[in-house]
Design a binder for this molecule. Structure first.
Ligand SMILES: C[S@@+](CC[C@H](N)C(=O)[O-])C[C@H]1O[C@@H](n2cnc3c(N)ncnc32)[C@H](O)[C@@H]1O
Length: 365
């Protein structure tokens, strides 16, 4: 296999003109956001945003009572949310409200814009700081298993709203002939499935299909099995600990990799295994971030900024820890994936559908 291109392009410089004071204030704003992240995780875990959405406008004492927390902490947490513009203060009262449009981002896990869940992964990411400092010096990696399991659930929450609203209605129908096969009872492997949100969505939408989820994280697979049980889907979905270049099964009609090929140290070996495990008329669905090396600049979209930072502290170190030949990072771009697929024997490649944050590629043998 020829070497897959990594993110070799030279990033463009940050050309935003700012006075030293403006830049100083901007970085202080980033520092505030970094600390605020912890208040969002706390709010999500304790149901504070949900309590505000349900019972607001509320006083700190009211929030404390509804969410079963201490009143002084409720007050201080509300001040942090107010300073961020996340909640509003009702003039002339001691009450705070979460506007409906903010509730869709912070309080409603079913909304396509729900984002609060991601913040619960910060604990896992920040806790690897020592290991990352060491890895940056040595060139070694920081494996997925070196993180607290809240990385599995937090990252799962990050992508879940998009999957929930796009996978079945938009992405699968964008692939040629796939939904017909699944409706008739096809066989699916969801590789690097994490806690299994995508696996379960496909199993629920296509009751005749058999869906297998594979991930090398035992914690993630344990949580996925639990979710399948809770959703009553254990009869048609299985979850197994397996690596992407060695999962069991043959003649899959569809093999999916959602936001994980770039986390693998040897994406070429994964692509070859996908090719081998597919039915000759099967489809490989690859979902990756809609970011590429040319996007590395200061004015990329918020999702792009998020991907770039995640790559530096999670995606790249996780891939490096797998000792493979290509640690891609999460914004290596379409050409890297296309050439990995071609080298593995895929003859058909298509950008099936895309949004600002994600691209769905279709590859066939
Ligand atoms: C960013 S998460 C995405 C999880 C899930 N696909 C989703 O979209 O929610 C990346 C996943 O890849 C898994 N992973 C990384 N390297 C792997 C490998 N070599 N084999 C199997 N799974 C792997 C991790 O355990 C993690 O669950």
């Amino acid at each position: 296999m020829t070497a897959a291109p990594g993110p070799a392009a030279v990033p463009r410089a940050n050309t935003t003109a700012a006075t030293p004071e403006e830049f100083h204030q901007r970085v202080i704003g980033d520092a505030a956001a970094a600390v605020r992240g912890l208040t969002v995780a706390i709010g999500e875990r304790l149901g504070l945003y949900r309590a505000l959405a349900e019972h607001g406008p509320v006083t700190p004492a009211g929030l404390a009572e509804h969410a079963c927390i201490d009143r002084r902490y409720a007050e201080e947490w509300l001040h942090a949310q107010l300073s961020a513009g996340y909640v509003e203060h009702c003039r002339g009262t001691d009450r705070y409200a979460l506007p409906a449009q903010h509730a869709a981002v912070l309080a409603d896990p079913k909304a396509p814009t729900f984002t609060a869940g991601f913040f619960t992964a910060l604990r896992a990411l920040y806790a690897t700081e020592d290991a990352l400092v060491e890895a940056y010096r040595s060139g070694e990696g920081v494996g997925w298993a070196e993180h607290d399991p809240c990385l599995d659930t937090g990252m799962g929450s990050f992508f879940q709203p998009t999957y929930e609203h796009k996978l079945v209605p938009e992405w699968l129908p964008a692939l040629e002939g796939v939904t017909d096969k699944l409706a008739a009872g096809g066989k699916v492997a969801d590789v690097g499935c994490g806690v299994g949100h995508t696996t379960l969505l496909m199993a629920r939408a296509f009751p005749q299909a058999t869906v297998h989820g594979f991930d090398y994280s035992a914690e993630a697979i344990g949580l996925a099995r639990q979710l399948a049980e809770e959703e009553g889907l254990s009869d048609r979905v299985t979850f197994e600990v397996a690596t992407a270049d060695d999962y069991p099964g043959q003649d899959y009609d569809l093999v999916t990799l959602f936001n994980c090929l770039h986390d693998m140290g040897d994406p070429g070996a994964t692509a070859r295994h996908v090719h081998k495990s597919l039915h000759p008329r099967g489809t490989w669905m690859l979902v990756e971030s809609n970011a590429c090396p040319e996007d590395v600049c200061c004015d990329c979209a918020p999702a792009g900024k998020m991907f770039m930072s995640l790559s530096a502290v999670m995606c790249l170190p996780v891939a490096v820890a797998q000792d493979g030949p290509h640690a891609l990072g999460n914004h290596s771009g379409e050409e890297a994936f296309r050439s990995i697929a071609a080298d593995a024997g895929f003859t058909h490649w298509r950008r099936a559908v895309e949004s600002t944050a994600q691209i769905v590629y279709e590859a066939r043998p």
